[in-house]
Every structure is written in C-alpha cells, then in structure tokens.
Design a protein around this ligand. Structure first.
Ligand code: 5GP
Ligand code: MN
Length: 329
C-alpha cells in the first residue's frame, strides 16, 4: 500500500462531518497527544468529533489541554463518516475502540511504525518520523488546518515523549524545527510541560522500580539486561499499567547494554514483552515479530502466551542469538 498525500487527507477532512479519532491500546504520550491534537483541530474546523481510546485518558496525561475530549469508547457502536487510526501499527491494537466504530465510509491510517501493513483507505506511514505527532503537525500545517496553543501543547507532549526528550536516533533537524514551531506559534512553556511529563510521578512508580531492579538479570557479558513484573508483585504494590512506561530506560541507559527487555505478566495468560536496542544491528522489532508483535527497530513489543518464566526463556534465547550475530558481524 503506497502512501497517499496530505492534500488528499486534507480534502477528506474538509468534505466530511462526523469523525472519530482512535489510538492504540496501552497508549503512550504520542498516541494520546496526537489523538487530542487532531481531534481539536477538526473540532475547530466545525466538525463533529469523538476521540476514543480503550483506556480513556491516563491519569498521568490528564494535564494535557482539553484532555476531557478523549474518552473510552461507548458500549454501543456508532456510525461516522471518517475513522482515523493514529500511531497504531496493526488494526487490532485499536482494542475495544474498533468494535465501537459501527461503520465508517473512509478509514484513515496515520503512523510511523515500519511494520504497519497500511490498513485503511487513505494511508500515511512515515517510518522516518520519530513520533506520529510530527506527522500530524505536518498535516495540519500543510493543509492550513486550525492550530492553536492547546493543539501545540498536545503535539509537543507527543513528540517529546516518543523521542525520549529529543534523544532517540530518529530525532532530526526537522524534529527540532517542528518543536521550535510549536513553542513559538503555540507560545508554549517548555519547562512547565516537561515538569508535568517527567517530574510528576506517583511514589508507587519508584517503588515499582525498586522491585524491578531486584529481578534484574544480565546475559551475554552484560549486553542484555532484563527485569520482570509478576501479577502478584503488581497487586502488592498497587501499581497500574501506566506506571511502568519508561522504566525500561534504566536498563538501556547502562554502559555495555545493547538490548533491554521488560517482561510483564498480564491477567489473560500472556506476558507483555517490551524491548529496546541501542544498536541498529540488533533489530528488536524483528525479534518481536517472531512472537507476533512489532514496533520499531530500536523499540518494539509483543504479547506472548505463557508464564513469565516460559516467555522469558523463549524471548531471551532469540535475543541472545541476535546479539551474538551482531557482535560477530
Ligand atoms: P512499548 O515497549 O513502549 O510498549 O512499545 C514499543 C513499541 O513497540 C511501540 O511503538 C509499540 O507500538 C510497539 N509495540 C508494543 N507492543 C506491541 C505489540 O504487542 N504488537 C505490535 N505490533 N507492536 C507493539
Ligand atoms: Mn508513536
């Protein structure tokens, strides 16, 4: 499926009235910020817009401007003219929001995951973009769609979180130019937004990190670092899913570590695997695809059936092989 143009998407946005904007399960700042930004722009254009995510708005992102616009999907399906999936590599990662769309005349798919197969009628997949928020900014600007402070702040949060505060390799001159545009035109207070994003965690998140570090293991001479969370520990600590976003970065940040893996036991008999790589030669997306997952070369995930120990063993075996191959090449 080849990409359509911003012009074609701009035309469809202008010509229709009823919209729904969706994002992936276990949402991150890029999904939620991009959803709100596009939803707000469409609303300002005079459209009827719903913005749904399976989990609704997360507590930690509830400071985002107009966060109340983003809700859980309704129990009974609704009909829209246009359904837009953002930041969602594969359609079933829309979770319960998918069934809540009874029908849509047109499906639009905008994403930056290289594994996205291009589902939908109008598709823009740009794997060079470090965040879906960057693509939404270019769409809004190129098509002269409404833009204001609230939209800018949502897009800044999307881009800041998905680039690891402008650090990950896909962060480009274009990313900084877009960020500068957001700050200038949206009159953003970067210090305030960053404090809300990165210095506002509940204490239980650090208590979770303490428990995760107790389970920390290394293999392949310190090139692979892992930790895991059982349902039992999660219940004892009273943590919620959003608490663990980003904790894997503590493993990745270590000298000598090439691959970091986080294993999280889920209540449906599966284990959520989250992987990070610091070396393009170790493609963690390829490893996750072997287990039915996907993502990016340096950040990927999968949900694998089995116990924590079983999944750890299977995934570690593949990871060791990939690291060995990279280290001899
Ligand atoms: P995280 O480790 O932060 O949950 O996810 C890292 C990246 O991998 C994200 O871009 C996310 O979309 C992708 N990803 C995570 N879990 C899955 C999964 O189960 N399936 C697919 N296809 N992608 C995933
Ligand atoms: Mn993203």
């Amino acid at each position: 499926m080849s990409n359509t143009t911003f012009e074609e998407i701009g035309r469809v946005l202008r010509e229709h009235q009823q919209f729904v904007v969706l994002g992936h399960v276990r949402p991150d700042g890029d999904a939620l910020g991009s959803q709100l930004a596009l939803g707000l722009s469409l609303q300002k254009l005079g459209k009827n817009v719903r913005v749904w995510n399976e989990e609704g708005m997360l507590e930690k992102y509830s400071f985002l401007p107009r966060a109340e616009l983003l809700t859980k999907p309704p129990a009974t399906a609704e009909h829209v003219d246009v359904a837009i999936a953002l930041d969602t590599a594969i359609q079933n990662r829309l979770g319960t929001t998918l069934a809540a769309v009874g029908s849509a005349k047109i499906w639009i798919n905008i994403d930056h995951h290289v594994t996205n197969p291009g589902y939908g009628d109008l598709v823009i997949i740009d794997p060079s973009a470090p965040a879906t928020g960057e693509i939404i900014f270019r769409l809004i600007k190129s098509q002269g769609l409404p833009f204001d402070h609230d939209i800018a702040e949502n897009l800044f949060a999307a881009i800041s979180t998905d680039t690891g505060s402008f650090q990950y390799p896909k962060t480009s001159a274009r990313t900084f130019e877009i960020a500068a545009g957001l700050v200038r035109e949206g009159d953003l207070d970067v210090g305030k937004i960053s404090q809300q994003l990165y210095e506002n965690y509940p204490r239980r998140r650090l208590e979770l990190l303490r428990e995760l570090l107790r389970t920390m293991r290394f293999s392949e001479c310190g090139r692979i670092a892992t930790f895991g969370l059982s349902l039992k520990t999660a219940a004892e600590l009273g943590v919620i899913p959003e608490d663990n976003e980003g904790l894997i970065d503590h493993l990745r940040a270590l000298h000598g570590v090439i691959v970091a893996v986080f294993f999280e036991e889920l209540s449906d008999g599966k284990v959520r695997v989250s992987m990070r790589s610091k070396d393009e030669r170790v493609d963690v997306c390829a490893i996750c695809q072997k287990f039915g997952g996907g993502g990016h070369t340096l950040a990927a995930g999968a949900r694998v059936r089995g116990t924590l120990a079983e999944v750890e063993e299977k995934v570690l075996e593949e990871t060791r092989e990939a690291v060995k191959r990279a280290c001899v090449s």
